[in-house]
Ligand binder design. Structure first.
Ligand SMILES: NC(=O)c1ccc[n+]([C@@H]2O[C@H](COP(=O)([O-])OP(=O)(O)OC[C@H]3O[C@@H](n4cnc5c(N)ncnc54)[C@H](O)[C@@H]3O)[C@@H](O)[C@H]2O)c1
Length: 300
């Protein structure tokens, strides 16, 4: 905490809710000025009023590359330059698996989650170069790492965001621009309700429910919060991460650390069960080991 982003100018997409909002708040607390880009104009106007002079809202639909280009130019013009880009806006995209897929849905999901990141990087380049360097952070997801966390289109786009970040980091190192990704686990935001077609109010209630009940889903024992991700983004965007580029930071409370049985002693152990090692057999083995230990101690 403190002024880790003093005099920095940042561009944040999806700034009106969840991870983008928490990051905007954290960026301001750390001394940055923020161009907050989103499609929620009322929330954006409120955000701008709340941080008068430090946050400027721009309507920017990230599925429209020209709007990204324009909002980035606005950030540089408004605050006198650009140092940090957080390509973060997103939603659940097309639901379902291969059997439910449509080409239209696939393209829309890629445009929202992947092309937006490419455009945000591409159009930020002249502004970052003009400052002699900068930092780009892209929001991926644990669904980029393994199957089972999100629909196939979303997961594929997020995996591509990881790889894009790595290759862009190599490409842009010559301009002293670092590129990294943050990989959130299950974070209590309205994104899930939205993905099921609920309105924002209902989606907020679902996020609150996730905060209450989500602790059991990961090793950390509590639900992930947008602020958990914001902290990681501040680090990756700050000079403290000056030697960090082309990589990603997983912030998931241990959700991907291993199978549930690796951190929950009460979880079923399917491999042991398949081997015929029932709880009774294991108990008997433990008792025998304890007897052997006691006998050894008696001899020593
Ligand atoms: N919440 C999680 O568990 C989680 C996990 C992994 C990754 N993520 C990713 O984090 C990012 C932020 O999601 P969140 O959880 O904070 O969700 P959220 O719904 O709280 O916030 C997303 C924001 O993006 C904005 N947005 C949506 N479509 C847009 C568009 N076309 N143009 C501009 N803005 C748009 C929304 O208006 C909203 O303000 C997304 O990329 C999401 O995929 C979230």
């Amino acid at each position: 905490m403190g002024q880790r982003l003093q005099h920095k100018i940042a561009f944040v997409t999806g700034a009106c809710s969840g991870i983008g909002l928490a990051t905007t708040e954290r960026f301001v607390a750390e001394g940055a000025c923020v161009l907050a880009a989103d499609i929620q104009d009322d929330a954006g106007a409120a955000l701008q009023r709340r941080f008068e002079g430090r946050v400027r809202y721009a309507h920017c639909d990230v599925t429209q590359p020209a709007q990204i280009e324009q909002a980035l130019a606005q950030a540089a013009a408004q605050f006198g330059g650009l140092d940090i880009v957080f390509n973060n806006a997103g939603a659940g995209g097309m639901r379902g698996g291969v059997e439910e897929m449509t080409i239209v849905g696939w393209d829309a999901t890629m445009n929202l989650l992947l092309r937006s990141v490419a455009a945000g990087t591409m159009y930020a380049l002249p502004h970052l170069k003009a400052r002699g360097g900068g930092a780009i952070v892209n929001t991926a997801s644990i669904s980029a790492l393994a199957a089972g966390y999100a629909p196939i289109a979303y997961s594929t786009a997020k995996a591509a965001v990881l790889h894009f970040s790595k290759v862009a980091a190599a490409d842009l190192a010559k301009h002293r621009i670092r590129v990294n990704a943050v990989v959130p686990g299950l974070i209590a935001t309205p994104i899930f309700g939205g993905g099921f077609g609920f309105d924002r109010e209902a989606s907020q209630r679902m996020a609150a429910s996730l905060t209450e009940r989500g602790g059991a889903l990961q090793a950390a024992g509590r639900a992930g919060q947008p602020q958990d991700i914001a902290e990681a983004v501040v680090y990756l965007a700050s000079d403290a991460a000056g030697f960090v580029t082309g990589t990603h930071l997983v912030v998931d409370g241990g959700m991907t650390v291993g199978t549930r049985a690796s951190w929950d002693p009460t979880a079923p152990r399917p491999v042991q069960e398949a081997l015929g090692l029932t709880p009774e057999v294991l108990q008997a083995m433990q008792a025998r080991a304890a007897q052997a230990q006691a006998a050894e101690a008696g001899h020593g």
